[in-house]
Design a protein around this ligand. Sequence first.
Ligand code: PGA
Length: 255
Amino acid sequence: MKKKPIIAANWKMYVGSAEEGRALILETRRVTEKAKRVSTIVCPSFSFIAQAVSLCKKRKRLFVGAQNCFYEDAGAFTGEVGARELASIGATHVIIGHSERRSFGETNEIINKKVKAAIRAGLFVILCVGEKERDVDGHYLSFLRSEITAALSGVPGVDMRHIILAYEPVWAIGRGEKESMKPKELHETAIFARKVIAKEYGTDIAFDLPILYGGSIGPHNVKDHLEAGVEGLLVGHASAEKASIRAIIEAADAA
Ligand code: PGA
């Protein structure tokens, strides 16, 4: 049986006001409740998480996640937001290791510490990995393997149920739908990522691990990507616009 699709809506910093955020959540909620199979994880910036939690409370297949968290549980860390705080206000997921965060200097070591902090807080981690470019010699595969193994270093098998792997090739992010990754390439890469997990954790955990694809997903390429060996999609700019998130959730439900 096909697994039920997951749509993670990474608003990034596209939503500029509480009113805009509220309208977007209400539309996302409406279309998710109408759908039969899709689960949606709304990931607003920190400012709108409490609002999102209150609007999504007790709604079926609707969750709220953050786009980042800090790796310490508490202390003198001005401006940081801890995983425990996020969990305490009702967030259930957190995106960690997004390439836009890595570009601000987040290393594999920092990401590994954040993954562990999020698991300690009981959050589900949407762990982002992805190569900057694809070379003909296939070096991107060893790059991908090292990002996955470094981020999960020291994470025991029992905690892998907290992990959702988001494969986001950096070269495919923030473009038009036609410039997204080809489904055939995605299929091969998803198999590769599962093999990396299987080598570390065994085939059962690798099979159960949800893998999302992210990078220029829009209403017209949802179906092809969902048929390429992944369980869901991490959607950036198109998730911050009512018409496109509605069409994406509907397309995922029909896929
Ligand atoms: P995009 O972003 O859909 O805007 O390409 C995806 C992501 O970075 O999560």
